[in-house]
Ligand binder design. Structure first.
Ligand code: FAD
Ligand code: NAG
Ligand code: NAG
Ligand code: NAG
Ligand code: NAG
Ligand code: NAG
Ligand code: NAG
Ligand code: NAG
Length: 492
């Protein structure tokens, strides 16, 4: 008992001491790339996390310029007992401790943002710390596109958890399934390629593996010719809610499936203005205005604003970024269900009453979002199917439900986390009772208390465990990189 009480404190002391020793060593091995508390570079790095709760203060921030630099860091952590490492890409995650800590070393990948394209234009290489906005700007200038996130300020690290639902996802699947190769720094410090013919098991596991297997320093993405296309956002007054839900239910009717149409339907509450509104961010992958599958959304009234136009991914992703609340505390969580009008109406009602219950929270912004699950495109039957069975068609009628909540004061955090958890529990109780619940939990949107890796299925969990044990036999990414969904903690 005495030991069990003392151990966490001993361990915390050990990790701070060991991590600060690693910081000093690294400042000699990587001169100019290690920053310490109260320096401008360090403070800017801390402040650059999207969510306030992730602005933690590690012993040092290390900013590598190459895969080789990353290998130097991993090697030091691997060989130092008690050292703790966080891996930071775009820094967009809302889950505390996923990409930063108060006790360790933070590997800030943002300088790994080099982008290049091959001669044929069909493979675009992007650094492991790039933002989608940087990728789109590069590609739009060349008339090319890849599958990625909609929000430009999000990092490409999300490719290790599904990778974003893009305008091309209804046709081509998760962004993670449209990657040709990943360059990975393993726990040993070795730098390897993972692709369909070399380290194929690692390649498959990485698509749902987050930081369990290594640090990805470069993604080679499948790219293709793409011109301008129709898209943007429409914001509606609260009186449009029932028409909005009806239009989405119709859009998700299997017979209406359109592989070129993508839509993100959100219901929003802004405490500051006591405003309840809804919005659609919607895209069609061709330059066709008012295309029939999306026309009904454009016709719903009353509209508050409408930015639908013909444009490109850089401009659309900038618009989506600007719409995101910033410099607040936040949490998000997700669940998936089979679409029906009654089901969507129930989820809306549950959200609307949850928001009413939480409406005394300062600075509250709440969004409930419905999106389509993309088709299964991983043909190798491994984890890149994310537990969606090959041969099935989740894109026809499954809906990913995302709740995202923002607020301003830490004294409300416990209440907000509880409220968010309760909301997901209420939705799952409802969809379960209707026989509409689906086990799939989209990794990119999962809260730290959820178990998204388990949702990929027993066989796949076993597979990822086996691959993790093969490429990281000492469990460096399990014990010394505590942030993230850890595969060894998933029951199977
Ligand atoms: C409202 C909202 C909108 C969103 N929009 C999008 C979107 O448009 N596109 C999208 O993709 N996601 C989106 N997400 C999901 C989310 O931001 C992603 O989950 C993604 O993980 C963020 O990537 P990042 O690199 O910014 O994350 P970080 O916070 O930097 O990292 C997240 C996790 O990934 C690990 N990681 C990051 N990079 C690497 C790497 N190179 N190697 C190994 N591990 C790494 C980190 O260690 C950490 O555990 C959205 C979520 C919400 C709630
Ligand atoms: C950084 O500055 C703050 C405020 O001036 C101070 O409280 C803290 O001890 C400093 N930290 C370090 C590690 O010097
Ligand atoms: C890219 O195009 C070339 C030439 O057409 C082709 O040989 C190659 O297989 C393509 N690569 C990919 C990843 O599609
Ligand atoms: C598309 O992308 C480029 C490069 O990022 C940008 O400068 C341009 O103005 C964009 N918009 C349109 C409508 O072409
Ligand atoms: C796969 O990895 C091998 C070994 O590094 C490399 O030679 C090959 O070019 C890679 N394939 C792709 C598609 O990147
Ligand atoms: C598209 O639909 C909207 C709303 O119905 C209408 O105002 C607009 O004129 C239409 N645009 C075109 C090009 O048909
Ligand atoms: C949402 O809840 C509020 C407060 O209870 C209520 O006034 C409003 O009518 C609800 N909105 C809809 C569209 O049902
Ligand atoms: C958590 O939320 C539920 C439902 O909103 C509420 O009944 C309960 O009292 C809350 N618990 C705490 C500890 O806030």
């Amino acid at each position: 008992m005495f030991f069990r009480l003392l151990l966490p404190f001993l361990f915390l002391g050990l990790s701070i001491a060991s991590s600060s020793a690693v910081c000093l060593t690294l400042s000699k091995l990587l001169p100019g790339q290690v920053s310490f508390p109260n320096s401008t570079i360090y403070d800017n790095a801390v402040a650059s996390y999207f969510f306030v709760q992730e602005r933690l203060t590690p012993n040092c921030m290390v900013r590598p310029d190459s895969a080789r630099d990353v290998a130097v860091v991993i090697k030091q952590v691997e060989t130092t007992d008690g050292a703790i490492l966080s891996v930071r890409g775009g820094g967009h995650s809302a889950n505390v401790g996923f990409a930063n800590s108060n006790t360790g070393i933070t590997l800030d990948l943002r300088s790994l943002n080099h982008i290049s394209v091959n001669g044929e234009g069909n493979v675009t290489s992007v650094g492991g710390g790039a933002l989608w906005s940087e990728v789109y700007e590069y590609l739009d200038e060349r008339g090319l596109a890849v599958l990625g996130g909609r929000v430009g300020t999000v990092g490409v690290g999300g490719l290790l958890t599904g990778g974003g639902l893009s305008v091309f996802s209804p046709r081509l699947g998760f962004a993670s399934n449209n990657v040709a190769n990943m360059e990975v720094v393993l726990a040993s410090g070795d730098i390897v390629n993972a692709n369909a013919t070399s380290n194929a098991d690692l390649f498959a596991a990485l698509k749902a593996g987050q930081n369990n297997l290594g640090v990805v320093t470069r993604f080679d993405l499948l790219s293709f010719k793409q011109g301008l296309y129709w898209g943007g956002g429409i914001v509606y007054a609260e009186s449009a809610v029932s028409a909005q839900l009806a239009a989405f239910a119709e859009f998700k009717t299997p017979a209406n499936f359109d592989p070129d149409a993508e839509i993100e339907q959100s219901f929003l509450y802004y405490k500051a203005k006591e405003l309840r509104i809804s919005s659609n961010n919607m895209f069609y992958s061709k330059p066709i205005v008012n295309v029939s599958s999306l026309r009904r959304f454009a016709q719903i009234q009353p509209q508050i604003s409408n930015t639908m136009r013909i444009s490109n991914s850089s401009d659309f992703s900038k618009e989506m970024s600007e719409a995101q609340p910033a410099n607040l505390l936040g949490v998000w969580a997700t669940t998936t269900f089979k679409s029906s009008l009654a089901g969507l109406q129930d989820v809306y009602r549950l959200w609307n009453s949850s928001v009413t219950e939480l409406s005394s929270v300062d600075g509250l912004v709440s969004s409930l979002t419905f999106q389509a699950v993309p088709p299964v495109t991983g043909e190798d039957g491994s984890v890149d199917t994310f537990g969606l069975a090959p041969g099935t068609h989740p894109e026809k009628d499954l809906v990913i439900c995302l709740i995202a909540n923002w607020w301003s004061d830490t004294t409300d955090s416990a209440r907000m986390l509880n409220g968010t958890k309760e909301f997901i529990a209420a939705v799952e109780k409802n969809t379960e009772a209707k026989g509409a619940k689906v086990p799939f939990t989209y990794l990119n949107y999962a809260a730290s208390w959820q178990d998204p890796i388990q949702s990929i299925g027993e066989e796949q969990v076993k597979f990822v465990k086996k691959v993790a044990a093969k490429y990281d036999p000492n469990g460096v990414f399990q014990t010394k990189v505590p942030g993230g969904f850890k595969i060894t903690r998933v029951s199977s």
